[in-house]
Design a protein. Sequence first.
Lengths: 321, 334
Amino acid sequence: MTMKAEALPLGLRLIFFTRRVLNRLRFFPFTLLFVMLSAARRLSQLRQGLVIVRVGQATGKATDLPRNVMLWLDQVPAGPSGYQFDVCLHLPRDAADANLQDIFSTVLTFPRFGSVGLYWDASSLADDLPLWQKQNRSDAAEDVGSPGVKRLEEFFHADHGETALPIAAMRDAETVLKRQAGGAPVVCLNVPEELWSLVDVVTRERPDIWFVDLGVQSSRPTKVANYQSFFTHGLSLHERMALVQAADAYVGSFNVLGCTALLARRLTILLGGSSGSQPGHIRRGDVALWFPDPLEPRALTMEVLQFLLQLRDDSKGAHAE
Amino acid sequence: MTPGRGRISSHGAKPMIGVYDFSYGPYALGDALTWTMNLNVLAAEAGCDAIDEYLVIDPLRPGSSYQPFVNLHNYVSIIDNLFPAFLCSPMLRSLKLIRNLPSFGLFLLREVVRRRPMWPSFFGHLNRRLDFISHRRINAHYRKHGHLPWLTAPRGYGDWADAFHRSHAKGRFVVTVNVRQGRLSMTPANLYRDSPLPEWHAFMRRAAARHPDTLFLVLGGYSEWDREMFRLPNVLIPRAMGFGLGHELALLHRADLFMGSSSGFAAMATFCNKPYLITSIQRLFSSYIDVPVGARHYPFGNRDQILHWETETQDTLLEFYEKLRDRVRARPAP
């Protein structure tokens, strides 16, 4: 927790100063003193209940765990400025989704996140919990695996905190879009293959917009000049999230990238996320539209075109002036 | 290592504690994998059947003196890219990334009080001593027991690699390739260790022509291979297919053969017991691995696991490839 130095009592300031000095003297016995002083401080924080930890489990059948982790961590209540929280996640040992790095990357994007514990064994988590949180707090883990449509809807309508992507990822995203699109509006696409007709029509109808596709592709869905797929560019999750943040709008799946668009308050059209019968679409003002269930591609294309009318290319006029 | 009595936890597992503190351990694939292998060996020595890993980063001083370019503003990307390397122990039970030193201090003291086997030992950690390079413990374990507790595909990625092989490589002879190109990396260093790319290009063309069932999977960061790789026959590049390090390590684990320069991926091949050819080995490395310069095998290596100390040429690569290919093909199916 960061606080102004002058606001701290003298004793605490002395302790912080001693810790800083010991942290510079990185050899024995100063390292031992540092460890002991640090542990005492943590113990004191735990006893005072100054530590927030989120404990989740995703041991059941789960789809799109990185997105679900993002939905889960977005619920951490806001604390004082600089307040951090830790994360404990109980994961299935035999998961086959090959997305553990994406889960880790997702956790790292929360600026108030401090430390993370990944567990593949319930007893190990139970053993560690007293060191993560105050002992009399509930040990019950929240189910992260299957958030349900209601939670997605809450997330869709909620006001969110900031995310903190690595600086290099944000710089590179800004640079690549600057080089490709100049000042023209940029839309990130991330639609499933069955909606490639939408990509073809929308990119043709809006030549004034630069379209960047982050979706998985076996071939190119359109040949228009204002479209580029980044699928083969070897982007990490952070780099893809940074592109979504740097763009003006997002049209695609309600996955971790869709969540990123909402968090960054971009114009957003989200597709999917429901297996039940939901209304045609759910709207959040002029900013976001969500189609929870599959819609006929032609009708969806018209909706997308209508929504993107909000995007205008002002860059040419600005340059002319 | 602290030998310790290793108190049995409530559910019967006896854990080994591994500490990788980035204030004195480097962010490097090969070092992370060698550390994990050492941890496996020490767990086996101590009779442990589970490993709890602690990765420790002080955000204000995230790097060691080996890597002064690591700072508050870029360490998140670096640890994010390296993370899958710490998932390769089959005994892995928990992994904690701790960015709060008081929190780590408390965990550390608890493990010390419980006298759990730990590497580095408590005093090793306090003195910031971690032998993450040498094979001393690994060699000693092999000499004593005749076998090693090998690394495996990163947790959660093994089934994916099997599915990849079924869809992209069925019936093919799969060779994972990593050609060290420090000059193309995001943090260029030790460029004298780089391998000659044109020799590899020529080798891959010739090998594909002579053995059309060969499939090369080119591994390494997106910037670390050149455009020519796209033009080569029988080549797939996992990074250009949307995959990352975890996928690459899993593909290496499931491949028929690894060929590449001495670097991080070569460490994975070495410690997951694949047939391999490792080239351009630094002479300096000899004392760390306890192998005389010019010797063909690690003490724990078999005849299909070849060390080539010299800089490779297309001819030597092809010769070794054909030799290893014949031997691997002659093996009975598992």
